[in-house]
Design a protein around this ligand. Sequence first.
Ligand code: ADP
Ligand code: ADP
Length: 228
Amino acid sequence: MIEMLNVSKKYPNGITAVNDLSVKIEQGEFVYIVGPSGAGKSTFIKMMYREAKATSGSVKIGKFDVTKLKERDIPLLRRFVGVVFQDFKLLPKLTVYENIAYAMEVIEKTPKQIEKRVFEVLDLVSLKHKARMFPNELSGGEQQRIAIARAIVNTPGILIADEPTGNLDPDTSMEIMNILEEINNQGTTILMATHNSQIVNDIKHRVLAIENGRIVRDQQEGEYGYEI
Ligand code: ADP
Ligand code: ADP
């Protein structure tokens, strides 16, 4: 599903954010990415949806050979890799329904298909009743649930979450984790970069620790492993 081989990323400013990194992640895995700030976690995951382009090495995501992907095919990759962020990134002038529907409109699904699927994903995050609201009318946790619904509306093979609980309190973070677990149980591969030691230690999954652009630990049922 995900295969990186000897991947490096050097930014134009000369910083090598990822350094000769190799890793394999199978379909259906749930993987935490941990490590200190500046370790290269974001760069590592950005290379999977071509937000960052590897300088060398090979990145394979599903059927996509990402390092060789043509610009015009990047949208196809991004349909296969859903992403959620710490700060949600919802469109403030669109309703909840429209925020989610938009991702399907751009790939020209019919209004009927869109309505059916949008309510399906809203149901998964238990927010059907807020379809007509605007993002600023929702709590942080609700906004993150909408962002997750949007990320999976086109049924991606992989869901990437970069610090999804970074702005949320512990109870709300646990709600988000329950939703991610459910999505994972339905077969979606999940990669989650996080500084949330409690979650990593309580809800056991594979842990990749990154330091100085390299994987320094790869542990099944791993622990967070850093002082807080
Ligand atoms: P993390 O997500 O673990 O905090 P990042 O991947 O964001 O790490 O950053 C790794 C290193 O690359 C850091 O030294 C950071 O300053 C640098 N870096 C990240 N993004 C860029 C960029 N767009 N241009 C230049 N340097 C960057
Ligand atoms: P239920 O199956 O629980 O009756 P619906 O899926 O019909 O729920 O609708 C959930 C909420 O979203 C309701 O408030 C409904 O009025 C609203 N809604 C239904 N269809 C749309 C739509 N196309 N656009 C925006 N809001 C809608």
